[in-house]
Design a protein around this ligand. Structure first.
Ligand code: SF4
Length: 461
């Protein structure tokens, strides 16, 4: 799955102006997005569908006729933040009885009827139901139906083919190639809120890539819950990746998140062969202990995972590897936690997203015996030990890379004035002196130092 980093994202209306202009009555749309990149892409899809009905995005909820909160359910605190935000937005409902306030996304799917029962929202719609959103909003605005509607059907086929997303500003075009997941990892809510795996047509993905190039993007990121299990007719993921990498104008292709079991020689051959495919692989391990992996239903052993790592490093030279790991999964013993530490020492990941197990209502792991759940202090201590280990490994790796010259794609201005941030092919961030007009361009930079996580550099030439 994509890492569960929770971030609040508010995007300016197209044009980015904060000047309030007259809009057609009832068609001003404000969307706030929480969670992973898949959710950000879903917001772009919803915006695309609603734009066809005349909706225009505004950057301030106070200006909106329709407010949508696109939510994440991956962790409890993500949902708590959304609940707090729904509470804050009630003042706009009080000021404007015609306002439509909706909740979409994974939390909407998980809690639909409960959210409606709170009477704090006018509609809830799950991730497979966005095509119905426009009609529902129209009916609510026309007072043709009662407030408190739900659209929660999970669909075995809905992949929003044919919908033109309104792409967010940025230097990378994120293209969803697959929705949903056919796995049932016992800690994960995704299959229950996003339904089964649904893959898009390769020709539609290639057409979207070409349109992204026409709009000036040179980097695409292919997105799917287990992206490398992609299959559509005769097309598998290695074939799709190769075809996207060969689209005229594409200079970089990344993909996230692959499942270790679907990392094949064919995929790694494409990564090694195609200059546009970045030498970066995110490979979520979750645990280094076989019994824990079995309880998680990850469908591989630690030895099999390590075999994939060796295979990948043998085929793709200088590959940067990252991972996700969970500590204190119910029943994890001290020895099993040590096995995770040992695996991390053995692989030496360039980066890692590390979590303490957090129960999600409705997932199988919550039904494990109560005595298996580790007390908080112990679970937190394990997470801290893993973080310290990974931080040391990461610093050691990055220190060996100081002195290299790398091509970076400049992404944005850095916090320190006069600096910009760029990303190397191997997914390392570099800060160096430069103007904002470099954003979107490729620059050769010599790495002069590291904080342990990111790099400092100087522009070459
Ligand atoms: S069920 Fe497993 S493979 Fe599917 S999204 Fe969740 S963690 Fe990833």
């Amino acid at each position: 799955m994509t890492s569960g980093t929770v971030q609040l994202r508010r995007r300016p209306a197209s044009g980015g102006s904060s000047v309030r202009r007259p809009r057609p009555l009832g068609r001003r749309l404000y969307i706030e997005t929480y969670g992973c990149q898949m959710n950000i892409n879903d917001t772009e899809l919803m915006e695309g569908m609603l734009a066809e009905r005349g909706f225009l995005r505004v950057e301030d909820a106070a200006d909106a006729d329709v407010i949508l909160i696109n939510t994440c359910a991956i962790r409890e605190h993500a949902e708590q933040r959304v609940r707090g935000r729904i509470g804050q937005l009630q003042r706009y409902r009080r000021d404007n009885p015609h306002l439509v306030l909706g909740v979409t996304g994974c939390m909407a799917q998980r809690l639909g009827p409960r959210l409606v029962a709170s009477r704090d929202v006018d509609l809830v719609a799950g991730p497979d139901a966005y095509r119905g959103l426009g009609d529902l909003i129209d009916d609510l605005q026309a007072n043709a139906i009662e407030r408190g509607q739900t659209l929660l059907e999970l669909d075995t086929a809905e992949n929003y083919e044919g919908v033109e997303a309104v792409r967010a500003a940025g230097v990378s075009a994120w293209i969803t190639v697959q929705r949903g997941c056919d796995h049932r990892c016992t800690f994960c809510i995704v299959p229950y809120v996003r339904g089964p795996e649904k893959n898009r047509e390769p020709q539609a993905i290639l057409a979207e890539t070409r349109r992204a190039v026409e709009r000036g993007f040179t980097e695409v990121v292919l997105l799917g819950q287990t992206v490398n299990s992609y299959r559509s007719g005769e097309w598998d993921f290695p074939r799709l990746l190769e075809a996207v990498a060969r689209v005229d104008g594409i200079r970089r292709v990344r993909f996230t998140s692959p499942h270790p079991n679907d990392v094949s020689e064919a995929l790694l051959d494409v990564m090694a062969r195609e200059p546009a495919v970045c030498r970066q692989l995110h490979l979520p391990v979750q645990s280094g202990a076989d019994r824990v992996l079995k309880r998680m239903v990850r469908r591989y052993t630690a030895a099999e995972f390590l075999g994939k790592v060796d295979l990948a490093r043998g085929i793709v030279p200088d590959l940067a590897l990252s991972t996700d790991a969970i500590v204190a999964f119910p029943g994890e013993t001290e020895e099993e936690f040590e096995a995770t530490l040992e695996l991390m020492r053995r692989v030496r990941f360039d980066d890692a997203y590390l979590y303490r197990y957090s129960p999600r209502e409705g997932t199988p792991a919550t039904r494990l015996p109560e005595e298996d759940f580790l007390p908080d202090p112990e679970a937190s201590a394990r997470l801290e030990r893993l973080i310290v280990l990974q931080r040391d490994i990461q610093r050691e790796i990055n220190e060996t890379e100081v002195g290299r010259t790398c091509e970076v794609l400049v992404e944005r201005s850095a916090r320190s004035e006069g600096d910009v941030l760029g990303r190397t092919e191997r997914n390392k961030m570099v800060a160096f002196a430069g103007d904002a007009d470099l954003i979107g361009s490729y620059v050769d930079v010599r790495l002069t130092g590291t904080t342990g996580v990111t790099f400092m550099g100087v522009r070459c030439g």
